[in-house]
Design a protein around this ligand. Structure first.
Ligand SMILES: Cc1cc2nc3c(=O)[nH]c(=O)nc-3n(C[C@H](O)[C@H](O)[C@H](O)COP(=O)(O)OP(=O)(O)OC[C@H]3O[C@@H](n4cnc5c(N)ncnc54)[C@H](O)[C@@H]3O)c2cc1C
Length: 451
């Protein structure tokens, strides 16, 4: 009997080998930069028992094992050369209307979770793409457009069940296995075990308004400068992504995309300084229901291959920092990916920063903006296109070091970070290493940037 047949006999889920129908759909990472990484097999697990048996099998056989939630990890972290545990079948969602507690399977994606919450007019701080998995999102922190008012996804976590490397399943919360619970709140997916369920505290949906405002490139510096000040002073109810991007065709656009947990007239007042500093080519500022806003703000992307590098800043960037960003776009080497390249300042802060740094594993509790620098290409372009794009991104990342900190967001994972332990985990790195030694002493869960 081959080892694969032995695994088949141990589990209820379906095992697929390369060439089997559905193999690629369940193993290819969303970021096609990693599309050539092919696992030896994919097991679509049916529940925690399958996860435990598969982990025990992989230990016995010495086959590396990795969990796949939504497959949207930026650095292809949910595929390896061994056994991929496809969690997509563990996606039940239960909402208790009396307590507003929401329990979801470890492989649930945003689309299903949003639609279950919508039926109860409740919400959680969640990501803005239908296909992102709850596992990767919450375990790495999870930042939403409402996080300045409602906290991170991991801040709303109440308990989680984890299948460990030794096959045991532990329930973790503030009072039970609290060190592992602490680590699951922002310490990073794939490090400690496979989380088969998460329970969150939801809350009623608020009234909202949204904005999408665009300006032409010549106004970039003044608009970015004013918008940083607007966001610095903004109430926690307002959050926005301030960006400048260059398309494949070489067109630049300055954008502000955001949501306010209040009426559109308040949003218009807050945006007035930016609207008066330069004429906008488009200014959609509207009242929307929470669910209309979620659809409106849904992240659309052409996909393909991409790379992202991040830094944080506790306050507005100086004008020289903004000039560094804007002039970098002139040097973008180009590619055939419609997503092009750009820099976005995601407004963080608000109640995210009310939580002490050591209270959860997520360490970035002092930032005002996450600075996200990205570029994209198509995987069928020549290797020189990828190389030139990565060199361009690296130069921008390094140049921004003069203006912003080295703190990086783990969920925008960056395989090219030098000191990733400090950049991702800050002062929590040492405690995370202790939790890792306690729950996965043999490093069964191992990957390039594993704790
Ligand atoms: C289009 C797009 C939109 C995004 N929007 C947001 C956003 O609004 N806010 C935000 O904060 N981030 C966002 N992200 C980043 C996202 O949070 C991370 O990429 C996250 O890791 C994706 O999780 P996943 O389960 O889909 O990915 P996967 O690649 O499946 O998993 C990522 C890592 O988590 C591990 N993992 C996944 N599930 C489990 C589990 N149940 N138990 C244990 N380990 C697990 C995997 O092994 C892997 O190491 C976005 C990403 C994309 C591509």
């Amino acid at each position: 009997m081959t080892r694969w047949n032995r695994l088949r006999g141990l589990v209820d889920g379906r095992l697929r080998l390369p060439g089997d129908t559905g193999f690629r759909a369940r193993s290819t990472p969303f970021n096609e930069r990693y599309r050539d990484v092919t696992p030896a097999a994919v097991l679509s697990v049916t529940g925690p028992a399958d996860v435990g048996r598969a982990i025990a099998w992989s230990r016995d056989c010495g086959v590396p094992v990795v969990a796949r939630g939504g497959g949207h990890g930026y650095a292809g972290g949910s595929v390896n050369s061994g056994l991929v545990l496809d969690l997509s079948g563990i996606d039940g969602v239960h909402v208790d209307p009396s307590t507003a507690l929401v329990t979801v399977g470890g492989g649930t994606r945003m689309r299903k979770l949003y639609s279950a919450l919508r039926a109860h007019e409740m919400t959680l701080p969640l990501g803005n793409s239908h296909d992102v998995g709850i596992g990767g999102l919450v375990l790495g922190g999870g930042v939403s457009v409402v996080s300045r008012a409602a906290g991170l996804t991991c801040d709303a976590l109440v308990s989680t069940d984890v299948v460990l490397a030794d096959g045991r399943t532990l329930t973790c919360s503030e009072t039970e296995n609290s060190d592992l619970f602490w680590a699951c709140r922002g310490g990073g997916g794939g490090n400690f075990g496979v989380n088969t369920s998460f329970t969150f505290q939801a809350r009623p949906v608020p009234a909202t308004s949204t904005c999408l405002v665009l300006w032409e490139r010549p106004h970039a510096i003044e608009v970015l400068a004013v918008m940083q000040e607007v966001m610095h002073r903004a109430p926690n109810e307002f959050s926005a992504r301030i960006g400048i991007s260059r398309s494949r065709d070489g067109d630049d656009v300055v954008s502000v995309i955001g949501q306010h947990l209040g009426p559109a007239h308040e949003l218009r007042e807050m945006l007035a300084p930016a609207l008066s500093v330069a004429p906008a080519t488009r200014a959609d500022i509207e009242d929307r229901t929470y669910w209309e806003a979620a659809d409106y703000l849904h992240h659309t992307t052409a996909g393909g291959a991409f790379a992202v590098r991040t830094r944080c800043t506790p306050g507005p960037l100086p004008e020289e920092g903004l000039r560094t960003i804007v002039s970098a776009l002139d040097k973008w080497p180009g590619s055939a990916n419609p997503d092009g390249a750009g820099v976005a300042l995601f407004t963080w802060g608000g109640v995210i920063n009310d939580v002490p740094v050591e209270e959860t594993a997520f360490p970035h509790r002092e930032a005002l903006f996450l600075i996200s620098m990205d570029t994209s290409w198509r995987p069928d372009e020549s290797p020189s296109v990828e190389r030139d794009n990565l060199e361009w991104l690296d130069a921008l990342y390094r140049n921004m070091g003069e203006f912003a900190t080295d703190a990086s967001y783990l969920n925008f994972s960056d395989p090219d970070l030098d000191d990733w332990r400090t950049a991702y985990h800050g002062p929590n790195a040492q405690r995370l290493a202790q939790v890792k030694r306690r729950y996965d002493p043999d490093r069964i869960f191992s990957f390039a940037q594993a704790i």
